[in-house]
Design a protein around this ligand. Sequence first.
Ligand SMILES: Nc1ncnc2c1ncn2[C@@H]1O[C@H](COP(=O)(O)OP(=O)(O)OP(=O)(O)O)[C@@H](O)[C@H]1O
Length: 303
Amino acid sequence: MTSVLRADGLTKHYGRHPGLVEADLDIPAGRVVGLVGPNGAGKSTLLGLTSGLIEPTSGTIEVLGSRPAASGSQLARVGFVAQDTPVYAGLSVGDHLRLGARLNQRWDEQLARRRIAQVGLDLSQKAGRLSGGQRAQLALTIAAAKRPELLIFDEPVAALDPLARRQFLQHLMEFVSELEVTVILSSHLLGDLERVCDHLVLLASARVQLAGEVDDLLSTHYRIVGSRDDVAHLPPGFDVISAEHRGRQSTLVVRRTDTTPIPRSFANAERLDLEEMVLAYLTRATDPSGAASHHSPALETLR
Ligand SMILES: Nc1ncnc2c1ncn2[C@@H]1O[C@H](COP(=O)(O)OP(=O)(O)OP(=O)(O)O)[C@@H](O)[C@H]1O
C-alpha cells in the first residue's frame, strides 16, 4: 500500500495552545479523505502541516514520501485550496489560467479550458465578480490543472448553497476519476462527505479521534440497546464509544475490536451511518462521561 500521508506523533502548538496533538495517521493513495471535526478541532492545522505552510512542534509528517514542501518538485505534486477558495479579484478568469500556466510546470491547459467551459465560466470575467460557487469552481480547476498527486481543500463548500455544493463535489469527483488523484477534503458538512469519501479522519480537541477506511469503520460499529445489566456485562472485544441511559434501558454505540460475536441479549444491534458514528465519537470527545448531550455546540456545528 502506498501512503500519501504518514504522520507519527505529529504535534503543533501555537505558543502554549494545542493545535494538533500526537497525531498518528497513514492515508493510502487514491482515496477521497474526509477530514471532519468541529470548530477548532485542528483541521486547518493538519492541512497546514500537510502542505508545508506550518512546521510541526514535534513528531514527523511525510507527504508523498518526503517532508512537506521539501522542494519545488514536491510542491508541484500537491495542490492546496485554502478556506474561502481565494482568487485574485482584479484578474479575469483567463488571467488566472495564464498565471497558472506560467507558475506550474505540469500545467494542463487543455483540462483547464475544458473545465472552465463545462462549468460555464466566461474567460473575460473578473474573478472578483464571480459568485461563491463560481469562485470555488475556478479554484478547483486551477488546483486540478496543476496535475497534482494530492489535492487538499480546506472547507471548500462551507459558504456555498446546497446546489453549488453538489455541483462542486460532482466536479471534484469527476477530477478524481480522471486524474487518479488523492483528495483530502475538510468539512463540517457530514452529509456531503458521506457521499464522496472513502477514508475518514475525525479530529476533536486537537486529537485524532478516529481514522480509517469508511467501509471498515462502518462494519465494526453498532448501536445496541439493552438493560443496564446486559450492558454492564458486555464481553471484552467491544469498546463503548457513547452511552445514553433512560430508566433501566441503555443505548450504546460500540466498536467491535475483534471477532467476538455480539451477545444474544443484543438481538437488536444495528449498523450506524457515517453521521451517527461521527457524532458518537464527538459526544465522547466533548462529554467523556459518556452521557450523550445533543445540545453540545461542538456537535451542532457538524449537523
Ligand atoms: N495562529 C494561531 N494562533 C493561536 N492558536 C491557533 C492558531 N491557529 C489555530 N489555533 C488554535 O488551534 C486550534 C485548532 O485550530 P484549527 O484552525 O486548526 O481548527 P479547525 O478544525 O480548522 O477549526 P475551524 O473549523 O473553525 O476552521 C484551535 O484551538 C485554534 O484556536
